[in-house]
Design a binder for this molecule. Structure first.
Ligand code: GDP
Length: 296
């Protein structure tokens, strides 16, 4: 039968008859299970290492208080450290700047970038009463431009008219100008995606960034792609600089390992999560929930 990490940890530690302080051997035995569970949840190896180091330094020598078992105590330490590493509850988009505020959406093709752009636009317009303009910079894929226009219409948000032949930077500048003239609050720039990271894409995104000086650069990443998502995050963050992460497909079978990895590798906050294909399937990130999901 499937046994959760919490149950395994309790099983290992509660067989100890000794009470008092947790010994290094006890903690190491527990950490072997933690390590295995995190790797199964697709957490990047380097993040697993730094996480287990943190737990070890807190747990070894810790006195087991009378009201809990050693297992419960270690489960609590692991839970607390997971939450601490996952970051703060209730991160929000920072749009406090002179309007129109540019928001740059970056990520690989298929990550859910265009859908997420529309989801965020809908939320900003419906909940926050902001006037939002959408613009697709995907000059190589007319279908992607069309997709954004269709989604924009669906959520009742304006999309910049498509002018064939323009480059990404030109479109971005046109979007900013149209937003200024039209009195928009926020401009969401949906950059081109690629199946894999390449220099040309990075260069293009970097140029758009320079031209528009975005207030938020949101990396959209698929939570089910594990290690790939981490490499993507590292590349985008080092070449373009991201201000926040949106993890999509959190409705999938993944155990939330990607959230821990992305946070551990980039240190950037996870600002929102996608929880389905529907346009309203966008939620705040709750570190406690993800920690519980990992612990099982
Ligand atoms: P893009 O190429 O990065 O712009 O990706 P799209 O926005 O076109 O999304 C690719 C597919 O993923 C579409 O079928 C979306 O409906 C789907 N998708 C996006 N976000 C989510 C999510 O949070 N959960 C699920 N289950 N599907 C999603």
């Amino acid at each position: 039968m499937f046994e959760s990490l919490s149950e395994k940890l309790s099983g290992i530690l509660d067989s100890l008859t000794r009470r008092g302080a947790l010994s290094e051997d006890d903690v190491n035995a527990a950490l072997r299970e933690v390590r295995r569970a995190l790797l199964e949840a697709d957490v990047a190896l380097e993040v697993v290492r730094s996480f287990t180091d943190r737990v070890r330094s807190r747990a070894v020598g810790a006195e087991v208080i009378r009201s809990v078992t050693p297992g419960q105590m270690v489960v609590k330490i692991v839970h607390d450290e997971l939450v601490a590493m996952l970051g703060a509850e209730g991160e929000t988009l920072d749009l406090e700047a002179v309007p129109p505020v540019p928001v740059l959406m970056v990520g690989l093709q298929g990550s859910g970038k265009t859908t997420t752009t529309a989801k965020i636009a809908r939320r900003l317009s419906e909940r926050n009463r902001r006037k939002v303009l959408l613009a697709s910079l995907d000059t190589r894929r007319p279908a992607a431009m069309e997709q954004l226009a269709v989604l924009g219409e669906q959520v009742g948000v304006a999309t910049l008219p498509i002018v064939p032949g323009q480059g990404a930077v030109q479109i971005a500048k046109r979007a900013m100008e149209a937003a200024r003239l039209g009195g928009y609050d926020v401009v969401m720039l949906d950059t081109a995606g690629r199946v894999t990271i390449d220099e040309e894409l990075m260069e293009e995104v970097a140029q758009v960034k320079t031209a528009t000086n975005p207030h938020e650069v949101l990396l959209v990443a698929d939570a089910l792609t594990g290690q790939d998502a981490v490499n993507t995050a590292r590349a985008f963050d080092s070449k373009v600089g991201v201000t926040g992460i949106v993890l999509t497909r959190m409705d999938g079978d993944g155990r939330g390992g990607a959230a821990l990895s992305m946070r551990g590798v980039t240190g950037k906050p996870i600002k929102l999560v996608g929880t389905g294909e529907k346009i309203d399937a966008l939620e705040e990130f709750h570190p406690q929930r993800v920690a519980n999901r990992i612990l099982g």
